[in-house]
Design a protein around this ligand. Sequence first.
Ligand code: 8YV
Length: 331
Amino acid sequence: MTKKKPLVVVTRRLPDAIETRMAELFDVRLNHDDIPMRPAELVEAVKTADVLVPTITDVIDSAILAQAGPQLKLIANFGNGVDHIDVHQALARGITVTNTPGVLTEDTADMTMALILAVARRVAEGARVIPEDAWPGWSPTWMLGRRITGKRLGIVGMGRIGQALARRARAFGLSIHYHNRRRVPEAIENGLEATYWESLDQMLARMDIISVNCPHTPATYHLLSARRLQLMKPSAIIVNTARGEIIDETALARMLETNQLAGAGLDVFESEPSVNPRLLRLARSHKVVLLPHLGSATIEGRHDMGEKVILNIRTFMDGHRPPDRVLPSML
Ligand code: 8YV
């Protein structure tokens, strides 16, 4: 007798190769038009699916989970961050949660470096000059940015992405500083010539560039609070490719408006996809560079993420522990 295939509901359109493989392996329900599911559709999904494959655009909160049927055994998230899922609630209901770590590390670190350069060297602003026919011609004092070589970079969150950023930043001549819940092993610290700051406050006050690379958890919500942002040097810039909620966005906008901070590069926002109008105004006056959550947006990355989702589902269905389980200690 052949085993019944699990019903896998995928909330958004994934790369063709991934969807095709899923169709071969599972009884899969795909979202061909890619319109994000409304809460009622998510409820319907958790009532029927054996496995749910959500993305960051699906809020799987306790209200949704409360309506999950007993058949829902796995939430295999397409993405690394799981702050859109009430993982505690899922685990309490006996639902395993997995994510896709590791495969978006390098892409996200690349984009972080791109944002640092974009803000410091005015790349986005400069790229608009010629298409807008606004180039007055070269001049020694026109459109000057700030050199990054020789500056201090403070990384908030020295996990995989933080370390990948540190490797890149060293090649650009930045000195590496970091704050993390736990100090990283000495060998890694030495390899990166990184300076550990147990006190985030102390680090913030001394850096030229701050990069946010930690996950969003209850402990990191508004970690970069108004008080902490005020500790930064007025000449400093801040970039965020992690989650908008880690920075108090309103406080950040106020500080940029009043020149208490020199600039910011943001790939993530507190209420995505809507963006604080004050940040939009600052972008128009070239004080900030705003990207639409492009950190991991590469064809290869999306493909690898999909492969990880498939692997997690298959191992789980075969009765093994999936490789990328989200555990309470990670939250
Ligand atoms: C993903 C991300 O594209 O993986 C993450 O945590 O922030 C993104 O880069 C997104 O989450 C997919 O769900």
